[in-house]
Design a binder for this molecule. Structure first.
Ligand code: ACM
Ligand code: ZN
Length: 483
């Protein structure tokens, strides 16, 4: 009996690189033999399902792990179709990001998030732990960061929220943060699933929670303007050596806790107007021979890139870190404002991770009619980030062919200003994450949305059976242009 009709109903996702279906089903799915073949690509594997049993071959434990995930996908009603698979991912950075500053989800939600990532063969969890709305990581050198910084400042939340946040609860919220033991628990959970956890500590902007907890982080002349200006003066002072030492201590603890080579230090949307009026910031500009405040941010980024490099780590930052002056060698650029940052970074010899808003922002609308959820207002500037749109994403588009080696991969971002709980997070994320998983794993010539759609439907059915609130996806041909 041909297994092809069965395969159409399987959540085989992402689709393996080479897949040869056979006839009938395996007589003994529990009989699994493993072999090592060092000539296979890292993370690659072969899977041979015969009448008699299963053979998995891989070069690394990660390849073995992904072969087992594919077996999970192949099994339907306990039956395992006979087939041969040769597989390896297209990209080595297959990431998902979660913002736990705006809303905090906690360990159990994060573990389920990691489970779903692993099922889709994602391998980097980008953990956004600090921002204006909350500092979520225990730092022993500065207990105030979590004692004060992990509690919502309600008047500020009310005053600063944009129109679409009006429904979002403005009540007291917190203290919510992760202790180091919590983090170790998450790290070991992720490690067992071949997922690297990259923490993000925002420097110099998006820092209001840290500044509220430790006012010395702000330019001295701006401290009395905090209540009036709020987010508009939420950039730390780049002229103060005390501030540099403070963040070095924070990064010392972050590096001691997180084994990831990649450490994200933010760098996006840092408002620099207050630096113009700060004698310390201006003195730094003069002393270092910098042209202006943009070069001052570049100087600060280089300082922390060098600091991390001395510990064997690589700084990752949003594409604003390209502005101003030469970026430290080895720093990695995360291109979110379209692809311009990725192209410029690759041309300058930096590794890049793509996450352009048009394809990778899952707090943006997904093109559904009658969607019960509220999405980020900015997403109205773009076509909906539908599953089909995500599926059409080519991380290498626009990058000259001799620079494509710098494109290490891409990731989807879950910003959570308007995502209060796991139910909403699941709705906004997993349908689109499934499309991104295939973009990052399956070679472009194998991608076809009409062949993907039934497998996505099977994946959704599997999640629904587990009680996950997973969104439907719009048929691209039926999608009204107004969405
Ligand atoms: C960003 O979305 N501000 C990186
Ligand atoms: Zn200053």
């Amino acid at each position: 009996m041909s297994v092809l009709p069965v395969l159409c109903t399987l959540a085989l996702l992402p689709m393996p690189r080479e897949f040869t279906p056979g006839d009938g089903f395996c007589g003994d799915p529990a009989k699994i033999e493993y072999t090592v073949d060092r000539s296979l690509p890292a993370e690659g594997y072969t899977l041979n399902v015969t009448k008699e049993g299963v053979r998995i071959t891989s070069a690394t434990p990660a390849g073995h792990f992904y072969a087992e995930r594919t077996l999970d996908d192949l099994k339907a009603d306990g039956r395992l179709p006979i087939c041969r698979i040769k597989d390896a991912p297209a990209y080595r950075w297959r990431g998902l990001h979660l913002d736990e500053s705006r809303h905090f989800f906690g360990k159990q939600v994060v573990k389920r998030f990691i489970d779903r990532m692993a099922a889709l063969k994602f391998n980097v969890f980008h953990w956004h732990l600090t921002d204006h709305q909350g500092w979520r990581l225990q730092i022993d050198a500065c207990p105030e960061l979590t004692e004060k910084g992990s509690i919502r400042n309600v008047p500020e939340w009310k005053r600063m929220r944009p129109r679409e946040w009006l429904d979002v609860d403005a009540a007291a919220y917190g203290p919510y943060f992760y202790t180091k033991d919590d983090v170790r628990e998450i790290l070991s959970y992720a490690h067992a699933r071949h997922i690297t956890v990259m923490p993000e500590i925002e420097i110099p902007g998006h820092s209001l929670a840290a500044i509220r907890a430790c006012p010395f982080l702000l330019c001295p002349d701006s401290r009395d303007k905090l209540d009036k200006l709020g987010y508009r003066c939420a950039t730390i002072c780049a002229g103060s050596d005390e501030v540099l030492r403070f963040y070095e201590k924070v990064l010392d603890e972050v590096c001691a806790l997180f084994p990831s080579v990649y450490i994200h230090t933010g760098g996006d949307e840092a408002r620099k107007d207050i630096w113009r009026e700060c004698p310390r910031c201006q003195a730094r500009i003069k002393k270092e021979g910098l042209k202006d405040e943009t070069e001052l941010q570049a100087w600060l980024t280089r300082h922390f890139a060098d600091y991390l490099a001395a510990k064997g780590r690589r700084l990752v930052g949003w594409d604003e870190i390209l502005e101003g002056d030469a970026l430290a060698a080895g720093a990695v650029v995360m291109s979110w404002r379209g692809r311009k940052g990725a192209i410029a970074a690759a041309m300058a010899g930096h590794d890049v991770i793509l996450c352009p808003e048009q394809y990778c922002y899952y707090d943006f609308r997904q093109g559904l009619a009658n969607d019960p959820e509220t999405y980020h207002g900015k997403s109205r500037q773009f076509a909906p980030v539908s599953a089909a749109m995500v599926y059409s994403f080519d991380p290498c588009e626009g990058i000259p062919s001799d620079r494509r080696g710098h494109v290490i991969g891409a990731q989807g971002n879950s910003w959570t200003e308007l995502t209060l709980d796991e139910k909403t997070l699941d709705w906004k994320l997993w349908t689109r994450a499934a499309a991104l998983a295939e973009v990052l794993w399956t070679s472009p010539e194998k991608r076809d949305f009409s062949a993907f759609a039934p497998r996505l439907e099977a994946f959704r059915a599997k999640l629904k059976a587990k009680g996950v609130n997973v969104a439907p996806f719009a048929d691209p041909s039926a999608m009204p242009s107004v969405f």
